[in-house]
Design a protein around this ligand. Structure first.
Ligand code: ZN
Length: 250
C-alpha cells in the first residue's frame, strides 16, 4: 500500500485531532473530534493512557531492531527543498547521540510518522498503530528544536512541566493562564527515568506559555526570575532519557 493511500485511510478513520502550538508556546488552536484528548500540542487518542508517558510501558514505544530503533518517516511533498532540509536535519540529529534512526518509509512499514504542514506544531504521544501525523507548519515550526520536540512526543515523551515531580521544581500560576488552556499544565504520572527536571529541555514550555496577561505561567522555585523554554537543541537530559527509555546501549 502506498503512503498516500495509507494516509487517506488514516484520514478517513477521522480520529484526527489537532492542536496548533506555534513554536509550542503560542497560537494554540483546537479542533475537537470524538475520542480524542488534547494536551497542549499533543493529540492523543482517548483509548491510550499516555513522558516517558505510562504508555511506553504498555506498547507505545517504537520497536528495536538489533541495536537501533527505526522510526519510518514520510515527509509531505508540499515542503520546499529548503524546508525539507530543515526537517531532515532535525530528524538526523537523533542519530548523532541516540539509537533512534529516522528512516525513510518503505513498503511494508506499518507504523510511521507522516510529517505535514498542518495547523501548527503538534504530534501524537507515542507510537500509534499505522501512520500518525506530525504537523510542522511552514510558518512557525521549521526549527531544529521544534522538529526534535514533536518527534520526542512521537517517541513517547511529555512536556517537562507536567512531570510527576514538577511541583518540587516549578510553581504553575493558573491565575495567569488563558482560560481553557489549563489542561496543558496538568500534572501527569510520568516515568522520569532517574533524570532531573531540566529547564533546558526542548520539552520545557516557555515560562510565559499561554499567558493571558503577559505574566509568567510557570515559575522556577530555585529562581523566580528565571526565563526558560527557549532551547534550540536537545539537552543532555533529553538525550539521556531517550537512551534510557530505548535502552540504547544494549
Ligand atoms: Zn509539545
Amino acid at each position: 500500500m502506498t503512503p498516500a493511500l495509507l494516509f487517506i485511510l488514516f484520514l478517513s478513520m477521522a480520529d484526527v485531532s489537532m492542536v496548533s502550538f506555534l513554536k509550542w508556546s503560542f497560537d494554540i488552536k483546537l479542533h475537537f473530534f470524538p475520542l480524542i484528548v488534547l494536551y497542549g500540542d499533543i493529540a492523543e487518542p482517548k483509548t491510550s493512557s499516555r513522558n516517558a508517558d505510562p504508555c511506553t510501558a504498555i506498547g507505545c514505544k517504537w520497536p528495536k531492531s538489533g541495536r537501533y530503533v527505526n522510526v519510518p518517516y514520510y515527509i509531505s511533498s508540499d515542503y520546499s527543498e529548503y524546508e525539507r532540509n530543515i526537517i531532515l536535519r532535525g530528524l538526523q540529529s537523533f542519530s548523532l547521540s541516540t539509537c533512534i534512526r529516522l528512516v525513510p518509509w518503505k513498503s511494508g512499514d506499518r507504523d510511521y510518522i507522516y510529517i505535514e504542514s498542518k495547523d501548527g506544531c503538534w504530534s501524537y504521544l507515542g507510537r500509534q498503530n499505522g501512520g500518525q501525523y506530525v504537523s510542522l507548519a511552514k510558518n512557525g515550526c521549521l526549527y531544529q528544536s521544534t522538529v526534535q520536540h514533536e518527534v520526542l512526543h512521537a517517541l513517547g515523551f511529555n512536556h517537562e512541566q507536567v512531570r510527576s515531580d514538577r511541583d518540587t521544581y516549578v510553581r504553575i500560576l493558573f491565575e495567569n493562564i488563558e482560560p481553557g488552556r489549563e489542561f496543558a499544565f496538568e500534572k501527569k504520572q510520568t516515568n522520569n527515568l532517574g533524570t532531573p527536571y531540566d529547564f533546558n529541555s526542548v520539552m520545557e514550555y516557555r515560562n510565559d506559555a499561554f499567558s493571558k496577561n503577559g505574566k509568567p505561567t510557570i515559575v522556577a522555585k530555585c529562581n523566580p526570575y528565571m526565563k526558560f523554554g527557549n532551547a534550540e537543541n536537545m539537552s543532555a537530559n533529553d538525550i539521556l532519557r531517550i537512551n534510557k527509555l530505548y535502552e540504547c546501549s544494549e
